[in-house]
Each structure stands twice: as structure tokens, then as C-alpha cells.
Design a protein around this ligand. Structure first.
Ligand SMILES: [Zn+2]
Ligand SMILES: [Zn+2]
Length: 309
């Protein structure tokens, strides 16, 4: 009997296949984006909390530490002793729930030197409280029979406050430059995206933000723009306490597919990667359609956890 014909793959699914295949052909020593967690606050078993790694010549730079980040680092084959540095976009819980995991698990797995953590003002306080919360654990692991090092649980926190629209370089070492880009995320006093430049690639990660000129300028012609998004058509007042304000919340904190299409049409990244998609109904084609309607003609993919670009 003849098999029924397979449904044609949607344009956006096909674009993802092409982008993944291209990443496979890249030199292992080059620069990759690894989507560790593509989710949003709602716990979705397929999409872990927001976390993206940029790997250059084996060196790992981590951007945000959402829930499950260490499991995803292990799944991606990245060192469970931690990254060269972690960069936090803002202190919303969905982006930092994995931060204690990152601090403590990398120590238990053998990290000996302080974790290098970069982020907005408030990260020092958060780190201090995390270490205080796990104080008993740290004590038992050092004094007990595990004989963990007295140094590896420590964190060197580098807070920054960048207000310059063109961003500020917060890290530069051996060919890797990381620039913090101020963004607008509702009433957060500080929220950032990051631009990563290596000898072979340029990457921008938007963080959580409304569409901003700062991200637009930083991502002109970049190799990869990883941006958050929500489908404008799915936003309506919700039946719950505070639900009436949901559309205003989305408008003041996040970027719609139409807005992202306009931004990308001007910035012209070589590849636009969508993640942290706040939506009720999964419809990737709808996202693509809105982005195209707004004028972006380039490559667009909806990332899944553990994708490499
Ligand atoms: Zn978020
Ligand atoms: Zn946020």
C-alpha cells in the first residue's frame, strides 16, 4: 500500500532545518549560539527557562540562567563546571531561577574559582541572599565528608549601569567582546540586551524588551539576532485578577511580531532567531506571516531548546 504523502513542512520549520544544517557544517572552533532554554515563565516541559550560550572556540559565555539551566548545559555537552562568565539581562525570576543552580551545581561539580557574573545593579544583593539561603548546605559540603573547596561556591559579581544608547563594553578578553545594550522592559530600572563580537561572528541577544532603537542599532547586519516576541493577535484582556491590564503589560514590557518585523526589516540581521515567545496558542507560521508583513525578508527561525545556530 502506498504511504500517504507527508504534509509539506511549513516555511518556518523548513528555515530552521536549513539553519541547523548550516551550523553543523561550521568549524567546531568557531562561534555558535546554543539555545539552552527558549521558554517563558509558564513551565513548559519542552522549553526550559531563558538561557542562551555563546560558545567561541570552546569557551562558554552564558546569557541568563532560567530554570533548568544546568540540566540544559549538560544536555548541550557544555562544561558542568560552569561558563567563563554569565551575563544577566535583568532580574526577573524567569531569567534568574537557575542562578542558584549555576552557582552551587558548578561548585559541587568541581569549580574552584569564583563564578564571574555580570549584570544590572541588584545582582550583588541577589547573590548575597542566595548564598545566605544555602548557607547550611555550603557549610556541610565543606566541613563534611564531601570536602568541597572553600573557594568554588564564591561569585565575583560585576554590576554595571550602562545608560549610553550605543551600549557599554562590559567584557573583553582574548578576542571576545561583550557589550551591554540598555533596553526598555516596563518599569524595570535596568534591563539589557547583549552584543557579542568574536573574530568570526556577531550576535545580539535582545533580553526582555519593547522594540528599541538601541537593539536596532546594535543589530544592524549582525550574523544572528536572538529576539523575544509575542503574537500581537493573541493579546487580549484575560479573566483573572489584573487580567484587564494584560494588553498594556505586553505593550510596555515586550515586542510584538509586527514590531519585531519592522525592527528586523531595518536592522537586516543575517538570521533572526525567535525565543521567549509569550503566547497561548503555538502557531509559528502566524509569527512568520506577521514578521513578513511588517517587511522583513531575511531568514527567521523559531528556536527549540538545544538548537545551535
Ligand atoms: Zn522573561
Ligand atoms: Zn522580564
Amino acid at each position: 500500500m502506498q504511504k500517504p504523502p507527508r504534509p509539506p513542512s511549513s516555511p518556518i520549520a523548513a528555515a530552521r532545518k536549513v539553519a541547523l544544517a548550516r551550523a553543523k557544517r561550521r568549524k567546531p572552533s568557531g562561534t555558535f549560539v546554543v539555545m539552552l532554554g527558549t521558554g517563558m515563565p509558564r513551565p513548559d516541559p519542552q522549553c526550559f527557562g531563558p538561557a542562551t550560550a555563546v560558545v567561541h572556540d570552546g569557551r562558554v559565555f552564558l546569557f541568563d540562567a532560567g530554570a533548568g539551566v544546568m540540566r540544559r548545559m549538560a544536555a548541550a555537552g557544555l562544561s558542568i563546571r560552569g561558563p567563563e562568565a554569565v551575563f544577566i539581562t535583568h532580574l526577573h525570576s524567569d531569567h534568574t531561577l537557575g542562578y542558584p543552580d549555576l552557582i552551587l551545581t558548578t561548585w559541587v561539580m568541581g569549580r574552584r574559582s569564583p563564578l564571574q557574573a555580570y549584570g544590572p545593579v541588584g545582582l550583588k544583593k541577589m547573590t548575597k541572599h542566595i548564598l545566605a539561603a544555602w548557607d547550611e548546605d555550603i557549610h556541610v559540603r565543606i566541613e563534611g565528608l564531601e570536602h568541597q573547596t572553600k573557594t568554588g561556591y564564591k561569585v565575583a559579581v560585576h554590576e554595571f549601569d550602562v545608560s549610553d544608547a550605543s551600549g557599554g563594553v562590559v567584557y573583553e578578553k582574548d578576542g571576545v567582546r561583550i557589550t551591554a545594550i540598555p533596553v526598555i522592559h516596563g518599569c524595570w530600572k535596568q534591563a539589557y540586551g547583549f552584543r557579542i563580537d568574536t573574530p568570526d561572528r556577531s550576535i545580539v541577544i535582545s533580553g526582555d524588551t519593547v522594540p528599541t532603537n538601541t537593539i536596532l542599532e546594535a543589530s544592524r547586519g549582525v550574523d544572528v539576532l536572538v529576539h523575544e516576541v509575542y503574537p500581537a493577535s493573541q493579546v487580549a484582556p484575560e479573566i483573572r485578577i489584573g487580567g484587564k491590564k494584560w494588553p498594556s503589560y505586553m505593550r510596555e514590557f515586550h515586542t510584538s511580531d509586527i514590531e519585531l518585523g519592522l525592527l528586523a526589516a531595518e536592522a537586516k540581521p543575517k538570521l533572526l532567531v525567535l525565543h521567549h515567545i509569550v503566547r497561548q496558542i503555538e502557531d509559528d507560521d502566524e509569527l512568520l506571516e506577521s514578521i513578513r508583513d511588517a517587511g522583513f525578508e531575511g531568514e527567521v527561525v523559531v528556536a527549540k531548546d538545544l538548537d545551535r545556530f
